[in-house]
Design a protein around this ligand. Sequence first.
Ligand code: 7RM
Length: 651
Amino acid sequence: MSHQLATLLDEQRRFPPSPEFAAQANAQAGLYDEANRDRLAFWADQARALEWIEPWRTVLDWQPPHARWFDGGKLNVSANCLDRHLRGPRRNKAAIIWEGEPGDRRVLTYWDLAREVNRAANALKALGIKKGDRVAIYLPMIPEAAVAMLACARIGAIHSVVFGGFSSESLRDRINDAAAVAVITADGGYRRGQIVPLKRFADQAVAGCPTIKHVLVVQRLMGTASSEAGATMTPGRDYWWHDLVRAADAKCAPEPMEAEDLLFILYTSGTTGKPKGIVHSTGGYLTQVTATTRWVFDLKEEDVFWCTADIGWVTGHSYVVYGPLANGATVVMYEGAPDWPARDRMWEIIARYGVTVFYTAPTAIRAFMKWGTEHPAAHDLGTLRLLGSVGEPINPEAWIWYQQHIGGGRCPIVDTWWQTETGAIMITPLPGVTTTKPGSATVPIPGISAKLLDAQGHVLEKGGGFLALTEPWPSMLRTIYGDDARYHETYWSRFPGRYFAGDGAKLDEDGYWWVLGRVDDVLNVAGHRIGTMEVESALVDHPLVAEAAVVGKAHELKGQALAAFVILKEGNRATAQLRDDLKDHVARKIGAIAKPDDIFFVADVPKTRSGKIMRRLLKDIAEGRALGDTTTLADPNVVAKLKDQYESEEG
Ligand code: 7RM
């Protein structure tokens, strides 16, 4: 075991659940026994918590690596998230409490939300959009984002949400990959006091999208900002959302969907330059997001749940929209930046709405730490009773800070490991059951099987290795859209018959998981997945660049930051101006989140005899050999070693 790995295991603190929390928890220890007795019967029980139009015939049909869950069953996701709550006292309960960055506010009850969704569904239908069609959604964090997703689900259209921070080129590629027929966007959104001109970006994208027939535009900007942002409308193609939705009937019967019908496609970065369209289906996905929301976030009727993820990421799909709404919960949604207009914005929102359960990312927690305890201390956070973390390993220091300064020392913390591909939470403490250790996601949820493998695929009882999932799970990805061969190759070929998550991990003597980070060429920058190859492609797209190699380097706040090594074409001079141009070029090609922190102009990049870039060496250089730096749990050395092992075995 490496020295760094040993240091991680020095974390000795243990936090058992309080008897008070345990007594009232939705998830009790018996769930593990139940799942162990009969895994499929257990998941069938969870599926029965949903409302089905027709019951399923078989719980699982597993033709590796293709799973069909609840085959023969029919249901509609929007009916599960809306209609069934309208029959009882939840009818007038807040579904979405929304706050815009400029401070504007809206509350939609379940009744309001259902009406909006029904209208939007009819508006989509009136445009000829039907079951199976793909619809791209490129919106800021406004209630219409949830409405658009649910409206697609209602009519059986497959949504593909594209994060509003992505560039027009990224949007264009995603639209084309899915052959989407419509895009739902907004005139703009507010971010750190600035306007993000989404419609302008969408127009640039759609110019290169032959399959797009319609562009629906939500009017988000206030006053004259809408026209100032350059949201021009193309007649015959573009419609104002409010014109169509207001005119539409408020009743739209939900489309009965097969359990295995597609619910959405969500693009995520992989190890090639081209993002993968992760495919999720209906019955299994909703079953697992609904169950995990209930167990992990312990939601009760009166809770106010705030998951800070953008709907452009899977966390926003599963834990802002589908999981909480299927449970009839109240969610908070916030449009803007956490430090706008001041560094206490999050705490102000928690106090204003009495948020009880808060779910955010370690990168945000580290920023809050840096900003200082005076900001949370200035607000009453006494309503909080449970905290969650997701997106990357949480370093014990940030965990303890979160527990002390946000949770007031009284809230359990759930560190949840999962992926776009897994659809729902996979490894996490159950807040009333599991004793937590800061930095460990603890154990798989009931009904989930994870194993630690060595490079040869042997199961390890403890130590360091690769994280694999050994049994199919309801919310698993079904394939990569339009590329089933890549699905086989990416997830199922490294360890045949088992799903390889791409993460290196450590299993301790108590069977607790410590997920260390990616061992493939995917980076995790501020909780966002970015493929090194994607950034390299963007760089070599610049006319002066001959070759580029991108690596991740440890970063105090972001976990990882991007460092690029660039070889210029003959006769060009490396200048500070060119460095800035290259950064802007990447931002234009992919989005600001992919902008490298550092660009090194070099004459050559080191490669193996087989032509592979020696990223580990570059990483050492980019980090100035500051190895052994323990500011993040994903210690760069440990991951690099696992990565070496992974790659050498790959040949
Ligand atoms: C939900 C999400 C997935 C990758 C995954 C890991 C990393 C996520 C944790 C984590 C350690 C965690 N989907 N990751 N959660 N690592 N502890 N609790 O983030 O598809 O965008 O990213 O994120 O590397 O493979 S994602």
